[in-house]
Ligand binder design. Structure first.
Ligand SMILES: [Zn+2]
Ligand SMILES: [Zn+2]
Length: 364
């Protein structure tokens, strides 16, 4: 539970309402620590507290509401953090992650119907991104629990945010052309999936930019053809992609890295903003990049496709060996060491840092 800025996360026993007719109860086994979780503990995103963090997770169905027909107890699932309304324009266009009702409830820390189903000594406990899965058990809308069989749960967890976001940015938002030259700014969890998807989409060059050498090495192993630290980026790119790259992905999301990404994009090319900025930040860009130089700035959230549709495609890529999940599973921690896990994520561990709630007790 995140109580307030500067205070470590605490492990507490909460009251969890049993699954409603359209919900399922899931035993969480693996939960990734995402940049969005860090935004909340760092205070760069303000959310109501106390709040259960976590929105990238996989687990096993324990109990199924009477209206949920696609799941049974024992099924392995990955959670979608976009349990949308299904009725607004975004939902009708197949983009639940930009559902208007979801956006509103996300900032209020509730589920889409305004409640949380969680309390501590009778007081409401909030949930991150309509999910809050950094827990031993959680209830979610049945439609937000997507079945994934035959993939280890610690690998499946990555599908829930980092993989859908990173792969979707390339395949569904940028719609990158075969043979494209690509730069990926930021080689954290999402950036590593952007690198892989850029390769899958047939990029001729994939340059990864990151200050952490271990992350750059990981990206090289996953298909990056070149790597560079931020201070050398201009010098190196002048020889690798003179004139700029066809597509530049900003997997970091800060205004500075977006400005850098636009700068590294060739005239007529595309800059794709994938990472999330802190609340209140503003972009400062040269307008002539978009007129004289005809660059395009594209944004994407959660892969720019309905997770129900995208997930099976990603699972297909995992099965053929095109998409590697296993080597992106970073250090894992039992629930008791959740604060160590967040610290590792903050320091830029190579691979996704995972918390394993199922190991509580088992690990002693
Ligand atoms: Zn995330
Ligand atoms: Zn909606």
């Amino acid at each position: 539970v995140f109580h307030e800025l500067g205070r470590p996360l605490t492990i507490e026993t909460l009251e969890l309402e049993g699954p409603r007719d359209d919900e399922v109860l899931v035993r969480m086994e693996a939960v990734g620590v995402c940049g969005s979780d860090l935004h909340i503990v760092n205070g760069t995103w303000r959310r109501p507290t106390p709040m259960v963090l976590g929105h990238e997770g996989a687990g096993v169905v324990v109990e199924v509401g009477s209206e949920v027909s696609h799941l049974s107890p024992g099924d392995q699932v990955v959670l979608s953090w976009a349990p949308s309304c299904g009725a607004c324009r975004a939902c009708r266009e197949g983009r639940p992650a930009r559902c208007e009702a979801l956006r509103a409830t996300t900032s209020q820390g509730t589920l889409i119907d305004g409640r949380t189903g969680l309390s501590l000594d009778g007081s409401t406990v909030y949930r991150m991104t309509a999910t809050g899965c950094l827990a031993e058990h959680i209830t979610v809308r049945g439609s937000a629990a997507l079945p994934v069989q035959g993939i280890a749960l610690q690998e499946a967890a990555l599908l829930g945010c980092a993989a859908l976001t990173g792969v979707g940015a390339v395949l569904y938002a940028a719609r990158q052309d075969p043979g494209a030259t690509v730069v990926v700014v930021g080689a954290g969890g999402v950036g590593q999936f952007v690198v892989q998807a850029a390769r899958i989409a047939g990029a001729s060059v994939v340059v990864v930019v990151d200050p952490v050498e271990e992350r750059r090495a990981c990206a090289r192993a996953l298909g990056a053809t070149d790597d560079v630290s931020p201070e050398d980026v201009h010098a190196v790119l002048q020889t690798v992609v003179p004139g700029g790259a066809d597509v530049v992905y900003n997997a970091v999301g800060s205004p500075e890295t977006t400005a850098l990404s636009v700068d590294l994009t060739r005239a007529g090319g595309k800059t794709v903003v994938v990472g999330m900025a802190a609340t209140g930040e503003r972009l400062d860009l040269d307008p002539f990049d978009f007129t004289y130089r005809e660059k395009t700035l594209v944004g994407t959230i959660y892969g720019s496709l309905d997770p129900e549709q995208a997930l099976p495609e990603l699972v297909g890529l995992v099965r053929t060996g095109a998409l590697d999940l296993a080597s992106l599973v970073g250090p894992t921690y039992p629930l008791e060491r959740v604060n160590d896990a967040f610290e590792a994520a903050r320091l830029g561990a190579a691979g996704r840092v995972l918390v394993m709630p199922g190991e509580r007790g088992r690990a002693g």
